[in-house]
Design a protein around this ligand. Structure first.
Ligand SMILES: [Zn+2]
Length: 408
């Protein structure tokens, strides 16, 4: 007997992702095709399978090792606006496949400029092209990304906005990044980030980055900071107090300092958790607790605000469904996952009206009922709990029933 099985034709967009790097979320197939077309040396025997093996970080390493994997493919992409636009477009398609309603993708346009010895000194973000005759600017790189995202949003109905990354140790880009945040805030850029290896000793904090984040705060540009991943709980405190971070990228090691952790719970600090990546960067391995129990378990038990993210899917070889599956294997239920998605929406960097729309979209997707529950008594008194509940006007028109029986 044959049983016909057709997959679902439509799935509700019910997920929100806040922490994923565009240059760490490129399809291996695209990298392979572009590298072959450009005659660049591919790893192994040059097959797609060998490239996938080379890209995937197999064992927990340190963050530096993980970031080095970018060097395999970044040269194929840098300065190529057509490829950059394609990557952004394909990213939206991949997010849509993962049922993502809204995503904030981050990158540093300076790292996508053509490789050039002048890149470090390019204060206006313009360098000579790979051929020496084409000039590519950070504005053009950003515009290519925004074009790809807009085309993707149009076609796949997943909204994606951009966070621009400042890089620790490369603060020569930071003011230009702030300029881009300001100039493109109405065209899809919603925030600024500080990424790269954590330097959390006060004397290692770059005053340029501090000044840029202070200016971002004054201009109303949203801020997130990678902290408490390789660095200690103190880095989380510095991200909040010195950089005015509204969200923390990773933040796992915050649980090593109970005072800082309790403060974060009290202030409802949002942690952008990336489960697989946290192992592969060695962040969990470096926890001082002997059990190495993942901090997200503590977050969920304590009602901390967090989202579930992929970080660098090209290197982790995971999609959101794999991140969710890992958390499910640790005992997460659909309620935990749902809450994480609502927390992500609530802490997104969207303007208030769009944030309200996103939360309404999630409510619809999860089938959250707006109508007041039917009363269990025939004639509820003015002080009954059901009256108290219905005193808040429902968000949608509703029908009121006197009794449960009347409902039929
Ligand atoms: Zn990251």
């Amino acid at each position: 007997m044959h049983i016909l099985h057709e997959p679902l034709k439509q799935k509700p967009k019910c997920r929100v992702e806040l922490h994923v790097h565009l240059d760490g979320a490129i399809r291996p197939e695209t990298i392979w095709e572009v590298m072959r077309r450009k005659g660049m040396k591919l790893p192994g025997n040059g097959s797609l399978a060998d490239l996938k093996v080379a890209l995937k970080v197999q064992e927990p390493q340190d963050l530096k090792f993980m970031l080095e994997a970018f060097q395999i493919f970044l040269p194929a992409i840098r300065g190529d606006l057509e490829v950059i636009e394609r990557i952004a477009y394909e990213f939206v398609e991949d997010e849509a496949r993962e049922s993502v309603a809204y995503c904030e993708v981050r990158f540093c346009p300076h790292l996508l400029l053509p490789a050039s010895p002048h890149v470090g000194g390019a204060t206006n973000g313009a360098v000579d092209g790979a051929n020496g005759d084409v000039e590519v600017t950070t504005d053009q790189v950003l515009e290519a990304v925004l074009r790809g995202l807009a085309r993707g949003e149009q076609e796949f109905d997943t909204k994606v906005r951009v966070i621009l990354c400042c890089l620790r140790g490369q603060s020569e880009f930071s003011w230009d990044l702030l300029r881009l945040c300001e100039e493109y805030r109405d065209r899809g850029v919603v925030g600024i980030d500080l990424a790269g290896d954590e330097a959390c000793r006060e004397d290692m904090i770059d005053p340029v980055d501090v000044a840029v984040f202070e200016a971002a705060r004054e201009k109303g540009i949203h801020r997130t900071v990678h902290a408490g991943e390789a660095g200690s709980a103190e880095c989380v405190k510095i991200a909040l107090d010195t950089f005015g971070a509204e969200r923390i990228g990773h933040g796992y090691r915050v649980i090593e300092n109970e005072d800082i952790y309790q403060r974060c719970l009290k202030e409802k600090v949002h942690f952008e958790v990336c489960p697989h990546s946290s192992y592969l960067t060695g962040a969990i391995k470096s926890l001082v607790s002997p059990s190495k129990r993942h901090p997200v378990l503590r977050f969920v038990e304590d009602g901390a605000s967090f989202s579930i993210n992929t970080d660098d899917p090209t290197l982790t070889s995971t999609r959101l469904c794999d991140e969710y599956a890992l958390l499910n294997s640790w005992g997460f239920t659909e309620a935990h996952i749902t809450r994480a998605n609502f927390q992500a929406a609530l802490h997104s960097f969207l303007p208030p009206e769009e944030k309200r729309e996103l939360i309404a979209q999630l409510r619809e997707a999860y089938g959250i009922i707006f109508e007041a529950p039917p009363s269990t008594t025939a004639s509820p008194s003015a002080s009954s709990p059901s009256t108290t509940r219905t005193s808040t006007p429902p968000l949608k028109p509703s029908v009121t029933f006197g009794t449960w029986a009347e409902r039929a």
